[in-house]
Design a protein around this ligand. Structure first.
Ligand code: HEC
Length: 157
């Protein structure tokens, strides 16, 4: 199994137990929170970022995480999303990329994992009812939105 697959399966298996030690060192970049995001939400998003994203994108989000050099495509510098798109933060595009809707299938498989499915899976838990699935989808969407908002706070001007 290649490194990325190993890493991902480790995530799927171990994440519900919480990577507490790793998460506790989460450093919320306390720049101004966009929209109506309160600081606990920002802290949660920063924690999600450290757990799920920093291995590739780096804790500073600049693309130098420990797994980065194993990838064929370098992880994007996530502090320069706005700069790359001409000064405006493309929140909807960023959401779709994280969720996994924007997979460039025609270009082969992306090395950027799909997070929507994982977050839904985590939120479903033991639930078996349609209501559980709906709630799970909402929880996962909110979690991705928070990540998007978090990324917006760390943009280089
Ligand atoms: C396994 C490594 C890996 C992990 C983990 C990872 N990414 Fe990525 N990410 C990439 C790579 C590689 C790219 C470059 C684009 C591609 O492969 O299509 C990327 C691109 C992106 C982009 C697009 C940036 C742009 O401007 O084009 C965003 C946004 C992003 N990642 C956010 C995240 C978030 C948020 C997480 C955590 C929930 C995360 N990534 C976790 C590897 C990763």
């Amino acid at each position: 199994m290649n490194l990325r697959l190993r890493y991902l399966s480790a995530l799927f298996l171990s994440v519900p137990l919480g990577v507490a030690a790793y998460a506790s060192s989460a450093s919320a970049t306390t720049t101004e929170a966009p929209h109506s995001m309160t600081s606990p939400q920002l802290a949660e998003a920063a924690e999600d970022f450290n757990i799920y994203c920093s291995v590739c994108h780096g804790r500073d989000a600049k693309g130098n995480g420990p797994v980065a050099k194993e990838l064929k495509t370098p992880p994007a510098d996530l502090t320069r999303i706005s700069v790359r798109s001409g000064g405006e933060f493309p929140a909807d595009d960023v959401f779709r990329t994280i969720e996994g809707l924007d997979m460039p299938l025609a270009h082969g498989t992306s090395e950027m994992p799909i997070w929507g499915a994982l977050f839904v899976r985590q939120a479903v838990g033991e639930g078996v009812l349609i209501e559980d699935a709906k709630t799970a989808a909402r929880v996962a969407t909110d979690r991705i939105k928070r990540l998007v908002d978090y990324l917006e706070t760390i943009q280089e001007k």
